[in-house]
Design a protein around this ligand. Structure first.
Ligand SMILES: Cc1cc2nc3c(=O)[nH]c(=O)nc-3n(C[C@H](O)[C@H](O)[C@H](O)COP(=O)(O)OP(=O)(O)OC[C@H]3O[C@@H](n4cnc5c(N)ncnc54)[C@H](O)[C@@H]3O)c2cc1C
Length: 392
């Protein structure tokens, strides 16, 4: 089935330009022709094949934000939002998050803090999809509270020794490059004493503890990682020693913005699929669409998603102007993580029993949405960030 009709924002929006319209068109074609026909197989396999990511790299879709000299398109946060929306529209959350972790959650650590030598070494591989990235901050005992991480990195001559474990790491099983947070100063309290490292697959002492089975996002591989005296070259320190917490917080902004793009597109697509369904499905002699309660619930959800989407676009525009948008991005993460779940619940309800059957997109979308109010900043944590900024 072709994608439900969703306006091709760009032409009618002052926030987007011709380059974003072109990017959206390329992505939409790629998703319709090369993702949707194959993605059920990836869901069963628990992984998006690396050939698919390399194909995206060859189309210029993995370096939207990075300079052209490294194989990127040189766009700003608006380009990331277009990417997030279009992969979100695929209806395969596992595929979407595999891509977005690589492009907008992990590799920004290199782009923002990497030395010229590190960027020159890794960035062309990343934009081409030859090396896939993961970001490893969360641990079994530290998720929302990043300051609580316990993985340590001790300097020994020309390398660091990393010890500890990481939990819930997206792309964790199959990545080639990991951007890892560890404590370099265990005596420093609070946000101090954390550093970021580039850890390559195959580093002695570094291994995938186990692949984690999830209720949703099946085609996204998720892992627990183990560092057992992992020997990381000192030149792989990313950014300034003991300043890693601030790098993580900075990069969370982009992560949360693209999650806003992904979730609003997923919600919009679910509403479009449900609209198709209720216009043809009959109960009590008439299409479900003739029931006022169904029409009005869908209409209100459409309004809420439209408002959320415009906030995502506005924040992307603020970011592109170099303006502070932590409050808006925190609002987006809190609002969209909850809204996408509300939309999926109602869209599932209006699909009736079919929403519980594996062969429907809505069944997968309901499962995939659940994590959005938790991962990348739980709703409650994000609301605290908003609240802090309401009183100043
Ligand atoms: C599928 C998946 C993929 C992920 N991918 C990655 C990844 O690639 N890299 C990575 O580093 N991490 C990743 N994560 C981790 C994710 O970001 C964390 O799960 C998230 O930050 C929440 O941490 P936690 O699970 O430890 O929950 P906790 O921090 O233990 O919190 C549990 C719950 O308590 C509530 N809560 C927490 N703090 C507060 C508060 N201050 N006030 C009120 N309520 C609060 C919230 O409801 C929260 O959901 C992933 C997680 C999942 C499930």
């Amino acid at each position: 089935m072709n994608s439900p009709a969703i306006p091709n924002l760009g032409a009618d929006s002052p926030i987007f330009g011709e380059e974003h319209v072109m990017l959206r068109d390329t992505l939409r074609r790629f998703v319709d022709e090369e993702v949707k026909p194959q993605a059920d197989k990836w869901e069963e396999a628990g992984q998006v094949p690396h050939e698919v990511l390399r194909r995206m790299g060859s189309l210029g879709l993995l370096g939207v934000r990075y300079p052209e000299r490294y194989g990127g398109a040189g766009l700003d946060a608006r380009g990331s939002v277009v990417l997030a929306e279009e992969v979100g529209r695929s209806t395969y959350g596992g595929f979407a998050i595999t891509v977005l972790v690589h492009t907008d959650m992990a590799s920004p650590h290199l782009a923002n803090a990497g030395s010229p030598a590190q960027i020159a070494k890794y960035m062309p591989e990343i934009t081409a999809g030859r090396k896939i990235c993961a970001v490893a901050v969360t641990e079994p005992d530290a998720g929302s509270d990043v300051k609580g991480i316990r993985t340590t990195a001790r300097r020994e001559g020309d390398h660091y020794r990393l010890n500890g474990s990481k939990m819930f790491i997206t792309n964790g099983v199959h990545a080639d490059l990991y951007f890892v947070a560890a404590k370099t100063d265990t005596s420093a309290g609070g946000s101090r004493g954390i550093s970021m490292f580039i850890v390559e697959k195959g580093t002695p002492g570094f291994s995938v503890g186990r692949a984690l089975k999830k209720s949703g996002w099946w085609s996204s591989d998720t892992a627990e990682l183990v560092f057992d005296d992992a020997r990381v070259p000192a030149e792989n320190l990313l950014g300034e020693e003991n300043r890693g917490f601030y790098a993580v917080m900075k990069n969370f902004q982009n992560e949360r913005l693209v999650l806003g793009g992904q979730t609003t597109a997923e919600a919009e697509t679910a509403i479009a699929l449900t609209l198709q369904y209720v216009m043809t499905r009959k109960a009590f002699g008439e299409p479900l669409w003739t029931k006022q309660v169904i029409r009005q619930r869908l209409a209100m959800l459409a309004a809420e998603v439209e408002a959320a989407k415009r906030l995502v676009h506005h924040a992307a525009w603020l970011d592109a102007q170099g303006r502070d948008c932590v409050k808006e991005v925190s609002m987006i993460k809190a609002l969209c993580g909850e809204l996408v779940n509300k939309v999926m619940y109602t869209c599932g309800q209006f699909h009736g029993g079919m929403s519980y059957i594996r062969e429907t997109a809505i069944e997968r979308m309901v499962r995939d949405a659940r994590v959005h109010s938790i991962g990348g900043g739980a709703t409650e944590v994000m609301l605290e960030e908003v609240a802090k900024r309401m009183t100043v």
